[in-house]
Design a protein around this ligand. Sequence first.
Ligand code: SAH
Length: 212
Amino acid sequence: MNYEELRKDMVEYQLIRRGIKDRKVIEAFLKVPREEFVPEEMKKNAYEDGPLPIGEGQTISQPYIVALMTEALQLSGKEKVLEVGTGSGYQSAILAEIGCEVFSIERIPTLAERAKKTLEKLGYSVKIKVGDGTIGWEEFAPYDRIIVTAAGPRIPPSLIKQLSENGKLIMPVGDLFSQDLILITKKRGKIVEENLGGCQFVPLKGKEGWEE
Ligand code: SAH
């Protein structure tokens, strides 16, 4: 399987032709080997235009959605970023490849462990912890950017608190079946909200998410 060829096609057809423009995002997608973030038997499907199962009932998000959310964060590459929902670690790798300092929280220990191994093997330095990301990660707050990759009923107040001034947070908000991607920016303590359209994510569980 020529993964490099598949990766280039994915970037061209799934990202660029759908409007992804940020060079930093495109370069990162050309570099990060997505096949390393899926189970062995899924490697051949790694560059398909959709989410894929990664075990424990969870999924690695569709490449386009990862790109859309990353682009919406308007990264320079110097930001400190908090991710809620490490999953496979793919989104963390994209952020680290862009240059960000990445902190990521995952509630399922086996997934956190596997993501940690994959990221280490590829040389990405990402701080991962097992826990409930809906309460954030106080120790390293504030964050310039926060990305939540599971869908909740509302944006957890702790996350808004841990966002820095001029910071941006993106998260799918809605019910268990359909959600909207919500982007918020903190400006002089106030919250400006933007709706980027419909999406479908696995549920965010925990204190400020859905019941476990
Ligand atoms: N960003 C991931 C996508 C993972 S899917 C990737 O690139 O592969 C969403 C993940 O969020 C799942 O692994 C799920 O276990 C996790 N999750 C759900 N609720 C959570 C919570 N409260 N805190 C941390 N992780 C959570």
